[in-house]
Design a protein around this ligand. Sequence first.
Ligand code: FES
Length: 183
Amino acid sequence: MADSLAHAGPGADESIEPGRRDFLFLATGAVGVAGVAAVAWPLIDQLNPAADTLALASIEYDLSKVALGSEVTIAWRKQPVFIRHRTPDEIARARADDHAPMKDPATDASRVKAGHEEWLIVLASCTHLGCVPTFKGGEYGGWACPCHGSVYDTSARIRKGPAPKNLYLFPYTFLDNTKVKLG
Ligand code: FES
C-alpha cells in the first residue's frame, strides 16, 4: 500500500494503459529526478521489467482518501506521483483549452479514463529537469514548477516555460469505483 507523502492544496485511455510505453515514460521521468549519473541502472531496469518486477511494481490506492479539489503525492519506486481529484471547474477549464496552441498537444480526454474524468494521475516530475511542481492555480489553474517557471494546466499539460512535455501520465487501472491499481 502506498503511503501518502503530502497533501498539496485544494485537486487516455490509449496512452495510460500499462505497458512498455509507460515504462519508457517512467524511465524518462527518472532521468529528471535522479540525474544522469545515477540513472543508468534504473533505466535498464525499467525498460526491461521482469514479470515478478512488474507484479511488485503495482500498488493499490484508495481514492476515497482524496477530497474533491485536492491531491496527494505518493511514492512509487521512489518517484513521486500526483493523484489529483479534479473539480468540475478544473475539468471544464482543461477541456476549453483542448485546441489551444501547446508545445505538447493533447486533449484532456486523452489524459484521463473515460467515466473517471475527475482523476488525473501523473508523474510529479517537471519534464524540464525533474523538480516537483506545486499546485498553485494561477494562470492556467494547475501546477507551477519552482525551479525555472514552467506552468502546467489542470490537465498537467505544459503551457509556459522551458519544460518540453506535459507531465507524464502514470499507468493505472480502476479495480472498483474508489480503488485503483497503480503501476
Ligand atoms: S525543472 Fe521545472 S522548469 Fe526547470
